[in-house]
Ligand binder design. Sequence first.
Ligand SMILES: [Cu+2]
Length: 221
Amino acid sequence: MSGFARRLLGTTIVTAALAAAIAVYIAVFLTASPPSAGAVQTASGPHLYLGSVASAELSDQHPTWVSFYAVNATSTRWTHATTYVLPAHTLVHVTIYQFDSQTGLRNPLYGHATGMIPGTYTVDGKRVQGIDPTTAAHIFAVPQIGLTVPLEGISANAKNPCSNAPCSLSTAHHTMSFAFRTPGKGLYRWQCFVPCAAGFIQGNGGPMQTIGYMGGFLKIV
Ligand SMILES: [Cu+2]
């Protein structure tokens, strides 16, 4: 093979490999969007059910990461989604089944529940203003609309804790409920503010910075 033919062949192979890599990048990363979930329709309007866990499913890309899931009312059907599609200007009821243990808040202010319809925040069915900030496992917060929902963690000696999602309601958990009015159409970021990412610097890496675990969006339509 002449030097020219060899260079031509080399250039062709490298160009083809780059084109293939770009095609994979477009197909796998640019056209994929995180999965979303919606509310359940009930007699009192849309009802969003969520679950928060110490560890994602064993089959997950990150089975050791803390995570939120969309679930159904009985916590028997789990969907790994943190983008929640809700109708605009609507009263939405939310129930969060919280199965993870306590980490505690750096900023005790987040122990107060804010931004929901007054009087609708309950922990295990009891109407309260907030929780002891040292007992927080996670927070469901939508800063743009001033919504902060502290989620109590199970105690260190709770019997029958759930390790990986999906978690049955027969395992240790606390149930937080509240109602809020959705804002106008748009994409609203939500996130957790408890430094709950065990094994990461300051507890704020990994799942705390990844859509699909400790953060996501309210997609108001
Ligand atoms: Cu968290």
